[in-house]
Design a protein around this ligand. Sequence first.
Ligand code: PHE
Length: 328
Amino acid sequence: MDKKIDQAKEKIKCFHIKTYNDSETFRIQFLGKKKGILTILFKELKQTSIHERKTYGKIINELKKEVKNKIKIFKLKNDFQNEKILKFDPTIPGESIEIGSRHPISLIKERIITLLTRIGFIYVDGPEIEDDWHNFTALNIPIYHPSRDMQDTFFLCKKNQEILLRTHTSSVQIRYMKKHSPPFRVLSIGKVYRNETISSCSNFMFHQAEGFYIDKKVSFSDLKQTIHYLISSFFGEVKIRFRPSYFPFTEPSAEVDIYCNSGWLEIMGCGMIDPKVLKNVNIDSEIYSGFAFGLGIERLSLIIYQMKDIRIYFNNDIRFLKQFKSEF
Ligand code: PHE
């Protein structure tokens, strides 16, 4: 009996289970109902004395446990490997993931930020949901002013027309000037909203860039120089014209046109900040003066990319959008 047990022990130890088939062969070899090595030993046990049966029985039972454990460990390891393979199968042919591209509006926004921060402007963001005071009143557009009609917008509360979607980024001027003392040069870019019918050249939402500069002795020639720098960075040496215009918050005011495809194209509004606006934000207009300009990003990008319809920017057509790479 001792010898047989030792042999069985050795065989169990030396058996290497590599596959499921191996584990089955292993099980049958030791625990098979008829010819299993341990099954036979159990049968032979019956012919031994009670004393021997007790000691040998214990040892053979240990061996049985060992066989079962060995099978269990193999199965656990094997299942784990299979699961890993299911999750990551390096043999599956790779699919190329298309990397998106920057939206043309974002490209131009970034370009403007780069250009203006280079000449000392800092970039700030402002809220799209505004109150009447920041969007209109503080900018010298009182409640019955006709220019409010041109900037009709979306009011967020039916009863109280105080809270609205901003119609221009000029509201950021007020927010910034209220909190900071001059001198400062600030740029803000973001979405603005107007009650407009959607067409090839207008939308209820578009993007504006607002720049303003306040210091002692800021003059109209500083404004002209800044705008000349901005436009020539985009278009090279183009003809620019400052056409007199009117905005309630600037005095004097001008519209800037560029000469393009044998015609003049309006590209932005600008002017010297009206002393009344400075007074509204507690800046002494006897000491400080400043300029501001507001530029439509969609308008600019139509010219840069030579397109005719702004709706294409917002249709989410991947074929259109993926053409844009930063050229700047
Ligand atoms: N806020 C004006 C608009 O939306 C543009 C502007 C900005 C004009 C700053 C003058 C100065 O039309």
